[in-house]
Design a protein around this ligand. Sequence first.
Ligand code: SF4
Length: 419
Amino acid sequence: MLFVLLLTPVTAAYIHIPFCRRRCFYCDFPVSVVGDRLNGHNSGTIHHYLQLLIEELRLTYYGLNHPIGQLQTIFLGGGTPSLLTESQIGQILQTIDQFWGIAVNAEISMEMDPGTFDFHQIKGYHSAGINRVSLGVQAFQSQLLAVSGRTHTVEDIHQSVKYLHQSGLENFSIDLISGLPHQTLEQWQDSLLKAIMLSVPHLSCYDLIVEPQTPFARQYQPGETPLPTDETTAQMYRLTQQQLNLAGYCHYEISNFAQPGYECRHNQTYWKNLPFYGLGMGAASYLEGVRYTRPRTMRGYGEWITQLQAMIHQKPLPISIATHPHTPLDCLLDTLMLGLRLAEGVDLRALEVQFGSLVIQKIIDGLTPHCNQNWVVYDYPTHPPLSTGFPIRMRLTDPEGFLFSNTVLTTLFHVLSVK
Ligand code: SF4
């Protein structure tokens, strides 16, 4: 397979803040549980982690061995970053700016959970540089929040959204989960309508995945009650597309909807399979076509930072403990899997440059049955000069193509894996 590795300056960074008050019953993220009373003001663990993170930022900067661009997007995720104080968030951003540089109009997002911040706190985050918030709402029904192990109440959600509107931090998103145990189609519709009524500019609507090693995996079997049936979750997906489109949201990614101008810039980096830094416990970077991971426990992360400090004079500094070997086929499949999440789909001309025309022909031939099902569509050039005859873009239809995206990806995997 022809493969051209394109070196792109890295302009996006994900920073992991691994603290939560409790662990939600469906969550398998690398997080450290601090309980209801501890936060950035009074937790020694959070304070210690911050020192490690700042050190990682510094060491990574010195150990870099690839093109550096000013950061255009930063995403502080978790975990619950809003457990940190305004000055702690400010310290992280100042360190990033000092070593890496943050572009003037950068998008700087932060995940927050309802009930973990007040009006003054959000004003403080805003002053520190945060200009986009992702709020972990998940559901607007008390019983579903309780079933999921969420720590916040419905009242907390309304209060948090009020604070966001009052603070002037208007660029925010809420997360909702469909397919929760005991969730009905009516409850899902109610959550969507409530979000619309709250003038939320961006929504991320995820279908529940029962991850192994979670309380949900011990309690529930996929396909069995009280989990909604596949048919019900498909109806939820179709309903989401209808309701949000009617309310003026653009369905720009398989799980994401935005009012015009509120699309998340940071996540485009992932969906377009572009390089990014991932920093902090359990975070992964994607640099020069290779994925790098970090330890997922606090102890392992601390030990790794100590090792890096000992190797500071080594060039390039091994800024990872594990690498996932990335073959050209892995890279192609990642590009397709991620790009087909976007409503605009995948740029086939760029793929042709990177992987060659034989690969494009293989993809088109392999996906013919799904074109006939109207799950996959192509865009052709409208103006001369005409290309080689290939379409210029490939997309999944909305909602049916998105709904059956796993089937399309399985087909792609098979046709591209055959020599
Ligand atoms: S708040 Fe988010 S990161 Fe924390 S336990 Fe719940 S789902 Fe996981």
